[in-house]
Design a protein around this ligand. Structure first.
Ligand code: GDG
Length: 742
């Protein structure tokens, strides 16, 4: 593969071509569809290798010649067998994910038994990319067919910059959580550095799904996953303007214009252009048109609905049935309203040449997009652009459920399920004065030009580059590489004394839904016992928990404990002591406020400690909990301004504690004046642990679990990784002890 490596790889399920088997040979044709249209425009400006499935299965000896032929176009085919095509493509992608993401849950007729094929095909793609990608290459993964791919690539190649773009809606987390494989799919996508969506709604739904399903932390920038900040953004796709300009400036298309003009000179034309799909609302459009003819008998014979349907998913019985339903509805309507020389619905079921499509966009009086759900919808943009080139422009009726409605504020928005409303809107659009139509179209054309597909790709890739750079910086500077780990172990072995300081929740033990559930596992108890058995080694657990809990959970171990952020502590075999007395006169008032909040927010609860009060909202509704937490924080800051307290926001908890209590004080208390020859390692996972790091001597090691915060030496992605490192330290030191005995 030497010499064929790529620095920018675009991956989509389908290549922008289809290959047809014909007797003993095969033929390549370009294919239609939103993703293919948009990315074809991008290819003219940005050079990339495109990896995808050519759309059919072939014999092994044909595969090699197809591969060679496509290589000339910088396309790399992924061949899947017929079983994979059936289960991965038809079943899992088209009959489960597609309806789920478009809110058509009643169309899901399969269980997730085809999941293993989804995994298999995603792995096939991953293997090809791993072969082709240069070091630090950019990989841009497209759409719902390949949601595991970013994770599979990240596992093997941390150097890659990985972007993911979803072309369809991401549903509300209420819908998404019904999906049995909900965790795996999200984890797969979160392998990316940056994830883009068409609208802010889809981005918000995705973020909330990550919070609700995976319990990730997030802010407006993105979601934290495995210690990495995954960017989430809105990158609306645009049409391919250049290819339209080429046709519009070419005289060959004027032939179509003349033909259409003469054919429809006595009629007003309502245009529909859709891929055959139940999400596109073609049946609703037909119902509304029938209603319109019924209510406006004088217009029968004067208005034509010209419906273009591009064949799609023709192997699917469901789509065949849908097509037949549409055709029956058209026949019925035509049977009822046709007159000699006039047919109200004119229907074309095939792919038109772009010249003819453009001529129709230019001349239609009204274009109706009646999608029930649609990621973006490029037809609306294409119609607007072409109409804006005409002295007399058509009107656009646009479903409010198509993503493009977010970006065309001047369109007449419709609810396609309101059949009567849509029929009235049709009438208004047909009667709209020319000036008004032109004004609206020109304003919309302005927005469409700003979305142009090469610009969309450029902006997406720039954003990806930026986020990946930040992630790489964190990775290079804070990840515990093999070399750094060796140095750390060496230092631990060579030092005369070792002090290991560990926070408990989120560091040594995973955060649980209820704090009482986070009891130490046998693995943790054994690990602490092992570490404390090492010669010249002290182990300290420094937690925000109360002394009673720490005593019950860890009191039997020969280690030191510090409770309530350093307020109380005990060393091995000694009793608990307070660091000093604190003013707690504020506690009754705060208790009253927090009790009220606990009553008002179902699922939240109050934890009372000797020097602090905590309001936990981990189990409350996510949005409501966050909302009330913000309100509580703001009012407490104001009410407690002059009192000796500190308000700390943690992971789904607000803690109000006596001023002066801090984990940092405990660190000062335990460390000797002279620590020059000591190995000091401190691990934590939240803001209160930064207080410890700041009191450590210069050459001590701080390791933060999760996303980097403050001044930290290293970062590890999870408590499991923290335990793994502690085990390695124990192994290295116990081997050393055995060796010295020998
Ligand atoms: C998915 C999402 C999202 C149609 N008929 C002919 C023809 N077309 C071209 C149009 C347009 C494309 O097909 C259709 O694009 P859409 O965006 O409307 O729809 P999907 O294929 O469902 O695409 C969608 C898109 O991805 C991009 O992210 O917008 O929401 O579902 O470009 O021009 N082209 C030709 N003849 C035809 O008869 N030549």
């Amino acid at each position: 593969m030497q010499g064929q490596k790529s620095s920018l790889i675009v991956v989509s399920n389908r290549l922008p071509i289809s290959i047809f088997n014909k007797d003993d040979h095969w033929e390549i044709k370009s294919s239609t569809g939103g993703l293919a249209s948009a990315l074809t425009g991008v290819r003219e400006q940005i050079d990339f290798t495109w990896i995808g499935w050519p759309g059919a299965s072939f014999l092994k000896d044909q595969e090699e010649s197809i591969r060679k032929e496509l290589k000339k176009k910088n396309l790399v085919p992924i061949f899947i067998n017929q079983e994979q095509e059936e289960h991965f493509y038809h079943t899992f992608c088209n009959s489960i994910l597609w309806p789920l993401f478009h809110y058509f849950t009643d169309h899901i007729t399969h269980t997730c038994s085809s999941w293993k094929f989804y995994e298999q095909v995603n792995k096939l793609f991953a293997n090809e990319i791993l072969e082709l990608a240069e070091k630090n290459a950019t990989i841009w993964v497209h759409d719902f067919h390949l949601m595991l791919l970013p994770g599979l690539l990240r596992e093997k190649r941390p150097d890659l910059k990985i972007g993911f773009f979803l072309h369809i809606p991401f549903p509300s987390s209420e819908i998404y959580r019904m999906f049995p494989k909900r965790e795996a799919l999200l984890k797969g996508v979160l392998g990316a550095d940056y994830i883009g969506f068409h609208t802010s709604d889809y981005a918000r739904h995705f973020r909330l799904a990550c919070l609700r399903v995976l319990g990730c932390d997030s802010n407006s920038e993105g979601v934290t996953y495995h210690g990495k900040k995954v960017g989430i953004g809105v990158n609306p796709i645009g049409m391919n303007i250049k290819s339209f300009d080429e046709v519009l400036s070419n005289p060959s298309y004027s032939g179509y214009i003349q033909e259409i003009q003469s054919r429809y000179k006595d009629h007003q034309v309502i245009l529909g252009v859709e891929r055959l799909d139940y999400t596109k609302g073609i049946s609703l459009k037909l119902q509304a048109f029938e209603h319109f003819l019924e209510k406006n008998p004088k217009l029968v014979g004067k208005v034509v609905l010209l419906q273009i349907i591009v064949p799609s998913r023709h192997d699917s019985i469901e789509y065949q049935r849908y097509r037949s339903d549409i055709e029956k509805a058209i026949s019925r309507l035509n049977g009822k309203y046709s007159k000699p020389g006039f047919i109200p619905v004119q229907y074309i079921y095939r792919n038109l040449p772009l010249e003819e499509l453009i001529a129709l966009y230019c001349l239609a009086d009204v274009c109706v997009i009646a999608s029930i759900r649609d990621g973006m919808n490029l037809v609306a943009q294409e119609f607007v652009y072409c109409a804006s080139k005409m002295p007399v422009a058509g009107a656009l009726l646009l479903s409010e459920f198509a993503g493009v409605s977010h970006h065309l504020p001047h369109a007449a928005l419709i609810n396609p399920l309101d059949i009567e409303g849509l029929s009235e809107d049709l009438k208004k659009a047909l009667e709209m004065p020319e000036m008004e139509r032109k004004n609206k179209i020109d304003k919309m054309a302005h927005s469409v030009v700003a979305l142009d597909s090469p610009l969309w790709a450029k902006q997406f890739l720039e954003k990806l580059e930026l986020v990946a750079k930040k992630n790489n910086f964190r990775h290079h500077n804070f990840s515990l590489s093999v070399g750094n780990k060796e140095k750390l172990l060496c230092k631990a072995q060579e030092s005369s004394k070792r002090i290991i300081i560990l926070d408990y929740d989120g560091t040594l033990r995973e955060i649980t839904s209820l704090p009482t559930k986070a009891t130490p596992t046998d693995e943790i108890l054994q690990l602490l016992r092992n570490l404390s058995s090492l010669k010249n080694t002290e182990v300290h657990i420094v937690s925000g928990r109360d002394a009673k809990t720490l005593q019950a959970w860890l009191g039997d171990l020969p280690i030191s404990l510090s409770a309530e952020h350093g307020f109380k502590h005990k060393s091995t075999d000694a009793d608990w002591q307070k660091l000093r007395e604190f003013d707690m006169s504020w506690a009754p008032y705060v208790n009253e406020v927090l009790e009220k909040m606990t009553e008002e927010v179902p699922g939240s609860f109050l934890e009372t400690k000797e020097c602090s009060l905590c309001w936990h909202y981990r189990l409350a509704d996510l949005d409501y909990g966050e909302w009330r937490a913000k309100e509580l924080y703001t009012s407490l800051i104001h009410d407690l301004a002059n009192l000796p307290v500190e308000i700390i926001t943690g992971k789904k908890v607000i803690e109000i504690r006596a001023q002066g209590v801090s984990k940092g004080q405990y660190i000062q208390h335990i460390l000797d004046k002279n620590t020059q020859d000591h190995f000091i390692m401190c691990m934590g996972d939240d803001r209160t642990d930064l207080e410890m790091y700041s009191k450590l001597p210069k050459d001590a090691i701080s390791i933060h679990i999760g996303e980097c915060m403050g001044k930290t030496t290293f970062q590890l992605e999870s408590p499991a990784k923290a335990r793994e490192l502690l085990k390695e330290i124990y192994s290295a030191l116990s081997v050393e002890a055995e060796a010295s005995l020998d």
